[in-house]
Design a protein around this ligand. Structure first.
Ligand code: A2P
Length: 276
């Protein structure tokens, strides 16, 4: 049995599984996905300014009637605003769209030029309680080394691409040693056809042995190694299924077998070469 809540280095608790909404379309699609997630028991929603769906996410949260203190909402500072030195304005815009007074977690989305001054802005936003926790996304070890050299505030999380084909062992170890919690984006291997982990035969066998889906195995695997997961779906049945993962216990053999899938396959952009 893995824990539903994870304690961050600043004392705040984050639900170990959240709904990701990257590629969930602004309007009915994102709104319905968030409502379905909240109905299914999710209390953690992960969006970003760049996803273009903060208004639908905010409306779904408001319409749910769930107490604000029960929810954990993440959004992210987009690269244009990082480069322009407009972190404070960007967070205010996000809060307005989300109809919130604060976010639970504000992340620098990518290490775009200007991220270090942006981090200082995030520290101020945390002090002002506009963001309860602050962190980074898509940061490599050299970015984190620089950040820790120039700042006293250790990021609460680093959200990165992470799944069995790209498990981020070294970055995970580095983060763990410094109290930074790893968060996995695209824990299901993303949405591109033909590259999916969800059809992997080895994972299918493990899923069958547990009477679960491969998606559930992929999420539970992250939880087992202490990584927060934010699977994305726009289907209510899958959304509910992706939260029903806390009872999965892997055998040593299964964990060793999953390790063999690591082939360094990164399907998303690299933080060292991204061009947006
Ligand atoms: P959909 O949104 O149509 O349900 P990731 O979180 O790794 O980016 O993966 C998201 C992809 O996985 C989306 O294409 C999503 O499709 C699909 N997906 C999410 N949950 C499940 C599930 N339980 N079973 C199968 N596919 C899923």
């Amino acid at each position: 049995m893995t824990d539903r809540m994870i304690k961050l280095n600043d004392g705040h608790d984050i639900p170990a599984v959240g709904l990701g909404v990257f590629l969930s379309k602004e309007g009915k699609e994102a709104y319905d996905a968030v409502r379905a997630a909240l109905d299914a028991g999710y209390r953690h929603i992960d969006t970003a300014a760049a996803y273009g769906n903060e208004e639908s996410v905010g409306k779904a949260i408001a319409d749910s009637g769930i107490d604000r203190d029960e929810l954990f909402i993440t959004t992210k500072l987009w690269n244009d605003d990082t480069r322009a030195g407009k972190a404070r304005q960007a967070l205010e815009t996000s809060l307005k769209k989300l109809k919130l007074d604060y976010v639970d977690l504000y992340l620098i989305h990518w290490p775009a030029d200007g991220w270090l001054p942006a981090w200082r802005d995030l520290e101020i936003m945390k002090d002002k309680d506009l963001a309860r926790s602050i962190g980074v996304s898509n940061f490599q070890i050299p970015h984190l080394e620089k950040l820790l050299k120039f700042s006293q505030t250790v990021p609460a999380v680093n959200q990165v691409e992470c799944h069995p084909r790209f498990p981020q062992h070294e970055l995970k170890r580095y983060c763990e040693e410094r109290g930074i919690r790893l968060e996995a984006w695209s824990p299901l291997g993303g949405s591109r056809k033909g590259q999916s982990l969800r059809e992997d035969p080895l994972l299918s066998d493990i899923a069958a042995a547990h009477d679960k889906s491969v998606a559930q195995i992929l999420i539970a695997w992250q939880l087992q190694r202490g990584v927060i997961a934010i699977p994305k779906s726009v289907h209510a049945d899958r959304i509910a299924q992706n939260l029903d993962v806390f009872d999965i216990e892997f055998t040593k053999e299964e964990l060793n077998a999953v390790m063999t899938l690591d082939d360094g396959w990164r399907f998303g952009s690299s933080p060292d070469t991204f061009t947006f």
